[in-house]
Design a binder for this molecule. Structure first.
Ligand code: NAD
Ligand code: IPM
Ligand code: MN
Length: 364
């Protein structure tokens, strides 16, 4: 390879694409089509990790798979994992949680944005009223699988699931939240300046105590940002009562999982929600919030916009701001013109809605 070509090649961002199972196999190819329509200078490599491969040869993650992703790629675009044929869900655990844990992608960034008032189930709520982000701790909590089962299958069975909270883990996600305020504005250009930590420290006093102490300490170093606290149950109620009050929410792994499905509801449903699994400076992974949705899989019904907005988020992360903004603008236009799938009241199929966005992007 001559040196000029080599430099060009090196500049290309390398993206690993893992569609996974169910609707992941439908929405990810569409997101890829939109990335290509944007002209983003990327090199895409497909991987067949998922239920089909696991059922065929019992491999979830090939040997050295995570090291390979970290070494050979700048980002990973993922669909979803979960298949009714794999009752244990072992492949989802090893692939998805494997990437999050073993690649140490500690910040699960889940933006919550309403693109059009018609998508929100709440009365009188407009796009300007729903513009917050949930930062979910992504490497510990009850997801570590610490614990076990004793006397299984007997009347004396005991099952424990430990909630692991390390000082390092809690501190880095809370710091990330304060840094997020410094680095991002709201959609209307106004600053992000409120970090709300959500927990259940009234009942879970050990873990909650650590989160509370770290919040106080880190907020003391960032007096320009308002630190707030809410119990997770109250937060759920507030999210549907008045989403305007939220700016940056930081929370643990499980609460973050639950409240982001609720938050997806504010945006028009699971088909609209995007996310990134990030460790600054390391290869990060981007996936829509939704799962493999078996009931609608293979029917060209799944909303591809969550996956497309996820692709836009990935491009922004990789420095391709122009392409990212073009894609977001095209999705917004599709929603406004009702060029959408049925779940958000359109008439198009997965492919047709994505095609509309791709055409819009390539013409912009
Ligand atoms: P799900 O997100 O797959 O779907 C729930 C329902 O939401 C669907 O039945 C569908 O009605 C709707 N929906 C979701 N995505 C949609 C889209 N793009 N367009 C239109 N409608 C959409 O959640 P579930 O049913 O609880 O889980 C199904 C499987 O997916 C399980 O195996 C679960 O473990 C897995 N899952 C995986 C991920 C992931 O890999 N990131 C995330 C969530 C769930
Ligand atoms: C998500 C999913 C996963 C999670 C599941 C599939 C393990 O619900 O990404 O939101 O709980 O993190
Ligand atoms: Mn979830």
């Amino acid at each position: 390879m001559d040196s000029k070509k080599e430099t060009q090649e090196r500049r290309k961002k390398r993206i690993a694409v893992i569609p996974g199972d169910g609707i992941g196999q439908e929405v990810i190819p569409q997101a890829v089509k939109v990335i290509q329509a944007s002209g983003a200078d990327v090199q895409l490599t497909d991987f067949d990790w998922g239920a089909d491969r696991y059922l065929r040869d019992q491999v979830t993650v090939p040997p050295d798979g995570f090291a390979m992703l970290g070494r050979d790629f700048d980002a990973i675009l993922v669909g979803a994992f979960g298949d009714p044929r794999v009752k244990t869900n072992i492949h989802a655990k090893e692939i998805l949680l494997g990437m999050r844990f073993k690649m140490d992608l500690y910040a699960n960034v889940r933006p919550v944005r309403l693109l059009d008032a018609a998508l929100c189930p709440l009365k009188g709520v407009e796009p300007k009223d729903v513009d917050f982000v949930v930062l979910r701790e992504n490497t510990e909590g009850v997801y570590t699988d610490a614990g076990g089962v004793f006397k299984q299958g007997t009347p004396d069975e005991i099952a424990t699931q430990e909630d692991i909270n390390t000082r390092k883990g809690v501190e880095r996600i809370i710091r990330y939240a304060f840094q997020y305020c410094e680095r991002h504005t709201k959609l209307d250009g106004s600053p992000r300046n409120k970090v709300l930590m959500c927990d259940k420290s009234n009942a879970m006093t050990h873990a909650g105590g650590l989160w509370q102490r770290v919040l106080k300490e880190v907020s003391g170093e960032n007096p320009q940002i308002t630190a707030q606290h809410m119990y997770v149950d109250a937060l759920c109620m507030q999210m549907v009562r008045d989403p305007r009050q939220f700016d940056v929410i930081v929370t643990n792994n499980m609460f973050g999982d639950i409240i982001t499905d609720l938050a997806a509801g504010l945006q028009g449903g699971l088909g609209m929600a995007a996310s990134g699994n990030i460790h600054p400076g390391k290869t990060s992974m981007f996936e829509p919030v939704h799962g493999s949705a078996p009931p609608i899989a293979g029917k060209n019904m799944a909303n591809p916009f969550g996956a497309i907005l996820t692709a836009a988020m990935m491009l922004a992360h990789l420095g391709m701001t122009k392409e990212s903004e073009q894609i977001e603008a095209a999705v917004l236009e599709a929603v406004r013109q009702k060029k959408t799938t049925q779940d958000i009241s359109g008439k198009l199929g997965t492919r047709e809605a994505a095609e509309w966005v791709a055409t819009q992007v390539s013409g912009s």
